[in-house]
Structure formats: structure tokens, C-alpha cells
Design a protein around this ligand. Structure first.
Ligand SMILES: [Mg+2]
Length: 234
């Protein structure tokens, strides 16, 4: 199936859709984990680190579970949050700063599936508008696409949305994205590896397709079209 007729915009998930799940799990997370101490130690000289730690400290003050470590430099708590796979705003800010430093100094480069750069270019040539909707912060999304193993691709995208737009498993979030595009929801195709996200997008009226990329766990696609890569969506 090529791109469905009438589609004016493609909205892309990142992890498991444009980027291998293993890049996040095996590269980004360990990279941040190994640099938490050093990053937190920069709070006195780096105002952005200080702001992230202030957010983290507020979150720590509201911890209700008894097993969170003492705040200390912030690093033990950040490491504990990572081990729990908790969605923490302060942690995301801190990780974003660590990854930024790595992308800028060249020790990090974002992996994309091989068909992604050509597909983005092909859609743009056809006048299809492109957006990203990922639970990683917009800052982290822009960094990733600015430092890919295929160069800086940020110019392909006009819309960046993260969970400040709304949760990825709620229909209202996709209605909000459609409003930002200024398009009827059915003219937007949302691509993701997670069926619950596709269900939410479909409930908001968007067209949907499930990506079954290498490394993705097998899932029941339900009503969603299934694609192994973007080549069949051009
Ligand atoms: Mg995903």
C-alpha cells in the first residue's frame, strides 16, 4: 500500500519506528547512566544543569515510596529513577543535557533505519508535511535528528510534539497534533510500533500504520495496516 490518498502529513514515532529500540536501550540510556555523577557535579557552573536538578529535587520531595535514595548530588536519585524506568521530568532534562554534550562532541550519533532518510526526503518532495510525536522531550527529539548517522535531518520536520502535548495513548493528544498541523485528522498518517498509540490516534480520526521493525517485539496489529519499513509508504 503506498501512502493513502489524501494524506497531507505524516506523524512519526521515533523508538521502534525511525530508530531501533536497541539504540535507546543499549546506547542512549547507558551513555546517560555512566555520566550522571559528572553531569550533576556541573550544577554549580552550568545553569541548565542547576535547573534540571531543581526539578529533580522537587520531584524527590514528593516521593511517596520509601525506597528512593537520599537526594545527595542528585545522581543517586537520577540513577534510581532510571532503574525504575520512571517518567521523570527532571531526569529527562538531565538526560537531555548529557546527550546534547555527547552529540555535540561527536561521541553520540543517532541510528536510523536505513530507509528513513530517503523516505523523509521523498515525502517532502511530494509536498507531504512531517511531524514527530515521541515521549522523549522535544529537545531530545531535535538533538537526535540533528545528529544522525545520515546527517542533520531536522529540516524535514515542521512539527515536534512530546508529552507536553499529551500522553501518547490518549486520543486528545492526536486531536491536538492535528489542530497544530491545521489538517483534518484523517489527512494525517501516524506511524508507530505501539498498537495502543495507534488505537488512540485512530480514535481521534487519524490514519494509522504499524511498523514491524527488526528488534520490535511481535504484536497483534488489530485494525492497523502493517509495514516492515517506509519503502511501502512512499
Ligand atoms: Mg515507539
Amino acid at each position: 500500500m503506498p501512502l493513502p490518498a489524501g494524506v497531507g502529513a505524516v506523524l512519526l514515532d521515533i523508538e521502534g519506528t525511525t530508530t531501533p529500540l536497541s539504540f535507546v536501550r543499549d546506547v542512549l540510556f547507558p551513555y546517560a547512566r555512566a555520566r550522571l555523577e559528572a553531569a550533576c557535579a556541573r550544577a554549580a557552573t552550568d545553569p541548565r544543569v542547576a535547573r534540571a536538578l531543581a526539578t529533580l529535587r522537587r520531584e524527590h520531595a514528593h516521593e511517596t515510596g520509601g525506597d528512593a535514595p537520599a537526594f545527595g548530588t542528585g545522581a543517586p536519585y537520577a540513577a534510581w529513577l532510571m532503574e525504575q524506568d520512571r517518567k521523570s521530568t527532571g531526569l529527562k532534562e538531565l538526560q537531555g543535557l548529557i546527550w546534547e554534550a555527547g552529540y555535540v562532541d561527536g561521541t553520540l550519533s543517532a541510528s536510523l533505519f536505513a530507509d528513513v532518510p530517503a523516505a523523509l526526503a521523498s515525502w517532502r518532495r511530494a509536498g507531504v508535511r512531517l511531524g514527530v510525536f515521541s515521549s522523549g522531550s522535544v529537545h531530545a527529539q531535535r538533538l537526535l535528528f540533528a545528529h544522525t548517522d545520515h546527517g542533520d535531518l531536522t529540516g524535514c520536520f515542521e512539527l515536534w510534539a512530546d508529552t507536553t502535548t499529551g500522553p501518547k495513548r490518549e486520543a486528545a493528544s492526536y486531536a491536538a497534533v492535528a489542530a497544530r498541523f491545521g489538517l483534518e485528522p484523517e489527512r494525517i498518517l501516524f506511524l508507530s510500533d505501539v498498537v495502543a498509540e495507534l488505537d488512540a490516534a485512530r480514535a481521534a480520526g487519524l490514519a494509522t500504520a504499524l511498523l514491524t521493525r527488526p528488534g520490535n517485539p511481535p504484536v497483534d496489529p488489530g485494525p492497523h495496516a502493517v509495514h516492515r519499513d517506509f519503502a511501502t509508504l512512499l
